[in-house]
Design a protein around this ligand. Structure first.
Ligand SMILES: O=C(O)c1ccc[n+]([C@@H]2O[C@H](COP(=O)([O-])O)[C@@H](O)[C@H]2O)c1
Ligand SMILES: Cc1cc2nc[nH]c2cc1C
Length: 348
């Protein structure tokens, strides 16, 4: 595999600036700790951005789309054609993430890694087609070694584009009918846990649909039981967009670009990235707790405290985009509040 780049070292957060930011928070006109997670976020961003004044003016969002062979097993409430249809919708500005990105003034990149219903070469979409779909992982590995390699590199290229645009935060999103099945499969394999802990309703399965999804996952996990490394598990059970996200997260950590993780599928990619390279973990901030069964568990495993819990389960980076205003407020408070001394307020 030419995936050696995955093992290049990650950048190091600045511990001195983290200490200085923590000390600065104690000087601001509020009881210590009273801004809760907003304080922790500002401190983390100061340390990751190597600055005493963290900022999120330039936010980069890449939404990776790909289709899944396992959709043939009837594991989604929606038909597979929706993946390609939504690629068009992202680009033409009508999707939730299109509205959120516009409202935030964020750069939105849409990357098509392969959809059965191919919208073709349309403005606003980076065409990076690997194949129309992954293989049905109940029958064969989802990807070849070459396809995994390509998908992870395509993710890393998005990080390079974000860096070229001087982005201060990278957000990855995904779109792929049946990808909650692929994500649950990857997470089950990475954690060596039964799929019932990780399979949920996705786009809207009922209880019987979820039972069927679990049985499909059990078959797939048994078939690929000898996939023993994170990369092999990603290759056999993942998807193009999940692999692209994993590559993007590793590349962002290597480049020293903070990442805001979205929902269940992106958190699975984050878990894969951290399993491949534990030093990726400090570069990840977590936007929200998705309603998808299994997301809370993954957040616990990663010791992540998400910013929001709004019952979202859309994907496409929508939860991460929704958390950006709060992260911006955390920075504004950190940079703009008066100290006790400046304001002539008595400290405890
Ligand atoms: O981000 C999440 O937590 C999330 C939870 C449930 C569904 N989704 C989205 O729904 C699609 C996958 O759902 P499904 O049922 O087809 O596996 C995919 O396009 C995801 O972006 C996303
Ligand atoms: C319509 C639709 C939009 C989505 N966006 C992300 N996943 C999605 C799944 C569906 C079904």
């Amino acid at each position: 595999m030419s995936l050696d780049w995955l093992h290049a070292p990650c950048a190091q957060p600045d511990a001195v600036l983290a200490d200085a930011a923590r000390a600065h928070q104690l000087q601001l006109t509020k009881p210590p700790g009273s801004l809760g997670l907003l304080e922790a976020l500002a401190i983390q961003l100061a340390s990751l951005q190597h600055t005493s004044k963290p900022a999120l003016e330039r936010v980069w969002i890449s939404v990776f789309a790909g289709d899944h062979g396992v959709a043939d097993e009837g594991v989604s409430a929606f038909p597979q054609v929706v993946t390609g249809e939504m690629v068009r919708n992202f680009a033409s500005g009508g999707a939730a993430i299109s509205v959120l990105a516009r409202t935030l003034g964020a750069n939105l990149e849409v990357v098509n890694l392969g959809t059965v219903n191919d919208p073709g070469d349309i403005p606003g979409v980076r065409r990076a087609i690997i194949a129309p779909s992954t293989a049905n992982f109940c029958l064969a590995p989802a990807m070849t070694v070459e396809q995994l390699d390509a998908a992870m590199s395509i993710g890393a290229q998005s990080v390079q584009a974000a860096l070229a645009a001087k982005a201060q935060l990278f957000i990855g999103g995904e779109m792929g009918i049946a990808n909650t099945t692929a994500a649950a499969a990857v997470a089950s394999a990475l954690l060596d846990e039964p799929p019932s802990c990780l399979a949920g309703a996705g786009t809207g399965l009922d209880a019987a649909g979820i039972r069927h999804k679990v049985s499909v996952l059990e078959r797939a996990l048994e078939r690929h039981a000898d996939a023993s490394t994170a990369l092999e598990q990603l290759r056999c059970l993942g998807g193009f967009e999940i692999a692209a996200l994993t590559g993007a997260y590793v590349a962002a950590a290597q480049a020293g670009l903070p990442v805001l993780v979205d929902g269940f599928i992106t958190t699975t990619a984050a878990l894969a990235a951290v399993t491949i390279q534990p030093d990726v973990r400090p570069w990840l901030l977590f936007a929200h707790r998705s309603k998808e069964h299994g997301h809370a568990h993954l957040l616990n495993v990663l010791a992540a405290q998400p910013v929001l819990d709004l019952g979202l389960r859309l994907g496409e980076a929508s939860g991460a985009a929704t958390a950006v205003p709060l992260l911006r407020l955390a920075c504004a408070l950190h940079n703009g509040m008066a100290t006790f001394e400046q304001a002539g307020v008595s400290n405890a």
